[in-house]
Every structure is written in C-alpha cells, then in structure tokens.
Design a protein around this ligand. Structure first.
Ligand SMILES: [Zn+2]
Length: 145
C-alpha cells in the first residue's frame, strides 16, 4: 500500500470504518513506515481532541437539552393532568375574583363619584352665594324697594 493511499484512508482507519482487509493493510503499512505512523499519530491526537471537544461541549449540552426536553414533557403532562383540576378550581375563583373586582370597582367608582359630586357640591357652595345673591338681591331689593 502506498503512503498516499494510507494517508487518504487514515481517517477511516482511525475511525475503524475501513473494510477488514484495508484495515489490515494500513496497519501493516503503519508498522513499517515511520512517516505514516507519525502522521497517523498526529491525526489520532487531532481526532481525540475533536472527540473530547465533542464529549465536553456537545454532550453536556445534549444532556441538558434532553433533560430539559424530558422535564418539559413531564411538566406538559403534569399541566395536562392538572389543567382540568385547575380550571375547575380556578374558574369559580376567577369568577369570584371578577365579582369582587366588580364590586370593588363599583365601590371605587362610587367613591370616585362622590368626590366628583363633592367638587360639584363645592362648586355649588361656591355658586350658592352667587345664586343667593342673584335670587335674594333682586327679591330683597325688590321687596325693599
Ligand atoms: Zn507510508
């Protein structure tokens, strides 16, 4: 086997993806050719670095991703199970909350309404002397005259 053929097949050799015969031929060449053996060693290191990078970077990510997915699934199932209960519980609660909010809002609106009335009363108070003056003065002046 030529060095070039070995180099071309080396990655497959290292990944053990060559046919048995070629695996044997590459191995035999590496045993007899120091250059190719060195090249193979370098490639092996590179591959192992890539493997460890895969292992340290991808796998935890993949693990957490799978874990998150599983947890989401569990949660989704839990929600699906809990939903009818939640609806049954929450609907009357929501209804009474809305009712309370409506009552509260009504009271608040009444409270808001009374200051408005108070201001109108105040303005009436302010207006009363004017009206009194308007009413009484002509009458008084009419009566006095
Ligand atoms: Zn060689």
């Amino acid at each position: 086997m030529k060095c070039k053929t070995v180099h071309n097949n080396l990655i497959f050799f290292l990944e053990k993806e060559l046919p048995v015969l070629e695996m044997k031929q590459v191995q035999e060449h590496l045993d007899t050719c120091p250059d190719c053996a060195l090249f193979a060693e370098e490639m092996k290191k590179t591959l192992s670095i890539l493997e460890t990078e895969k292992a340290t970077e991808n796998n935890p990510f993949l693990y957490t991703r799978i874990k998150a997915k599983l947890e989401n699934q569990e949660e989704a199932e839990r929600i699906q199970v809990a939903r009818p209960i939640l609806i049954r519980v929450l609907q009357p609660v929501a209804f009474s909350v809305l009712l309370l909010l409506g009552i509260y809002g009504g009271i608040k609106m009444g409270n808001v309404g009374s200051p408005v009335q108070e201001t109108s009363v105040l303005s009436d108070d302010e207006m009363i002397p004017f009206w009194n003056g308007m009413d009484s003065e002509p009458i008084e002046s009419f009566l006095l005259k």
